[in-house]
Design a protein around this ligand. Structure first.
Ligand code: IMP
Ligand code: MG
Length: 177
């Protein structure tokens, strides 16, 4: 089997959309400060680009959760592998994710952060796969809707590969002849 990537969003398309999301968030949070919580590791590339374009004060923290092993299917249970470094009490929190699939990870982390006393919590994801949702989770900010395909690049991986691609594409597995 060899892996092939079919381009879906170019670097330029991603930059343009991230810029639009940043403008929208900057308007919505005018006069406030944002605590961004990025979900390791996939959201890192998106979060850096987004944070740089937001015009209100932003502080950052990270969490890591796992629901995927190295396969392309979710196991259904979410575990916290890395907790916050800083208190989010009374903070306006935006959870930043690379992609929402079943919605389990974000729903779980959202409930977890609510229990930590955040003033508000919103969800921001670069990609949204609405067809795959199994829990009731709607992102407040979403970059692009994508079909039910496995995508890689711009932070997203397959078995830790492809995160550093500047574009996003569908991963295909071709039979070797
Ligand atoms: P959920 O909990 O099912 O919504 O899964 C979300 C997590 O699964 C994301 O943070 C990604 O790490 C991973 N994931 C879901 N779909 C894809 C994909 O198409 N490519 C890469 N990672 C994915
Ligand atoms: Mg992830």
């Amino acid at each position: 089997m060899s892996e092939r990537i079919e381009k879906m969003f170019t670097q330029e398309e991603i930059e343009k959309r991230v810029d639009e999301l940043a403008q929208q968030i900057s308007r919505d949070y005018a006069g406030k400060e944002i605590r961004m919580v990025g979900i390791l590791k996939g959201a890192v590339f998106f979060m850096c680009d987004l944070a740089k374009r937001i015009t209100v004060p932003v502080s950052i923290d990270f969490m890591q959760a796992s629901s995927y092993g190295s396969a392309t299917e979710s196991t259904g249970t979410v575990r916290i592998r890395k907790d916050l470094d800083h208190s989010i009490e009374n903070r306006d929190v935006i959870i930043v994710e690379d992609i929402v699939d079943s919605g389990r990870t974000l729903a779980f982390l959202g409930e977890f952060l609510k229990s930590k006393g955040a003033h508000s919590i919103r969800y921001c994801t670069l990609l949204d796969k609405p067809d795959r949702r199994v829990v009731d989770l709607k992102a407040d900010y979403a970059g692009f809707e994508v079909p039910d395909e496995f995508v890689v690049g711009y932070g997203m991986d397959y078995d830790e590969k492809y995160r550093n691609l500047p574009y996003i594409g569908i991963l295909h597995f071709d039979e070797d002849k």
